[in-house]
Design a protein around this ligand. Structure first.
Ligand SMILES: Cc1cc2nc3c(=O)[nH]c(=O)nc-3n(C[C@H](O)[C@H](O)[C@H](O)COP(=O)(O)O)c2cc1C
Length: 257
C-alpha cells in the first residue's frame, strides 16, 4: 500500500472557519445551459455597468499562485474594433459584435505581481510566515526561467532527478511552459466573463481564429504577452446560433479511477 504523507496546516496559518454562503444551483445551471457561442449579434448595446460587472467576475477566477498574470483589453474605439475584427479573419462573431474583449496572458509579469503580493502581505500585517515563504521561495523556484529560458534544461534535469524518488512538480519549464501556465488561468477568467455576460442576458463567442501577431501589434503588447482568446459580446440575433448543442457521450470523457 502506498503511504500518503499528510500535511498539517502550519500553526501560524490556522484561521477561524468561514461559513459557505448558500447558493442557487438552478440559477447556475440556467446560465451554463443557456450560454452558447453566438456568431451573429443584434444591435442592442451592452450597458457599461454590465461590462464592468463581467470584468469584475472574470477577475475573481481562480488562478495559479494568485499571481493574476492576465489582462483584459476592451477594444471600444470603432476604428480599432474593425481592425480587430479583421484580425479575427472577419468572422461574423467578431464583425457583428457590439463589444470585443481580448484576454491576454502576461507570464512575463509574474515577478512584478509576486512583489505586489508581498507588498499586500506587508499592508495586511497579519499574514503567516508560511505565506511569505511561498512568495519568497516557492514561486521564485517555480517560475524563474532565466534569460530566454536558459534555466529550462537545468530545471528539467533537477525536477526529473528529484522525481525519481518523490512526487515533484515537473514544470513550468522555459518560455513556452510559462505561456501554458498563463493561458490556463486566463482561460478560466475568460469562462467567468462569458458566464457573467449570460447572467446579465447577454451572449458571447470565444475565438482563437485570429492572427496573434497582428492582434498583439494592434494592442501594443510586448513579446512576453500572448493572446489567450478574443471574446465578442452582445445580444444574440435571430439565427445567431449555429444549430443544436452537441456534446460527445460522457463515457468517452469521464473516467473513474
Ligand atoms: C478556445 C476556443 C476557441 C474558439 N474559437 C472560435 C472561433 O474562432 N470562431 C468561432 O466561431 N467559434 C469559436 N469557438 C467556439 C466553439 O466553436 C464552441 O464553443 C463549440 O462549438 C461549442 O459550442 P457552444 O459554445 O455553443 O457550447 C471557440 C471556443 C473556444 C473555447
Amino acid at each position: 500500500m502506498v503511504k500518503v504523507k499528510v500535511f498539517d496546516m502550519p500553526e501560524d496559518a490556522k484561521r477561524p472557519a468561514v461559513e459557505a454562503p448558500k447558493t442557487d444551483n438552478k440559477a447556475f445551471k440556467d446560465i451554463v445551459e443557456s450560454r452558447r457561442s453566438v456568431r451573429f449579434f443584434s444591435s442592442d448595446p451592452i450597458p457599461q455597468s454590465v461590462i464592468d460587472d463581467c470584468i469584475d467576475s472574470a477577475l475573481l477566477a481562480p488562478n495559479s499562485s494568485n499571481l493574476q498574470c492576465w489582462e483584459i483589453h476592451h477594444v471600444s474605439d470603432s476604428e480599432k474594433k474593425s481592425k480587430l475584427a479583421e484580425c479575427c479573419l472577419g468572422q461574423p462573431a467578431a464583425s457583428t459584435a457590439k463589444e470585443l474583449f481580448v484576454f491576454v496572458t502576461r507570464p512575463d509579469l509574474w515577478r512584478r505581481n509576486n512583489q505586489l503580493m508581498l507588498d499586500e502581505f506587508d499592508r495586511r500585517g497579519d499574514m503567516p510566515e508560511s505565506a511569505y515563504q511561498y512568495f519568497k521561495v516557492i514561486t521564485k523556484m517555480a517560475y524563474t526561467i532565466g534569460w530566454f529560458g536558459m534555466l529550462a534544461p537545468i530545471k528539467w534535469l533537477f525536477f526529473n532527478l528529484r522525481g525519481l524518488t518523490q512526487p515533484t512538480p515537473r514544470g513550468p519549464l522555459g518560455k513556452w511552459g510559462m505561456k501554458v501556465w498563463g493561458h490556463k488561468s486566463t482561460a478560466l477568467a475568460s469562462a467567468h466573463f462569458m458566464l457573467a455576460m449570460r447572467s446579465h442576458g447577454f451572449d458571447t463567442c470565444p475565438m482563437e481564429g485570429f492572427d496573434n501577431v497582428r492582434v498583439k501589434k494592434l494592442l501594443g503588447l510586448p513579446r512576453g504577452a500572448d493572446v489567450t482568446m478574443v471574446i465578442s459580446a452582445g445580444k444574440r440575433a435571430e439565427g445567431g446560433i449555429y444549430g443544436d448543442r452537441f456534446r460527445f457521450d460522457k463515457s468517452l470523457i469521464v473516467k473513474t479511477h
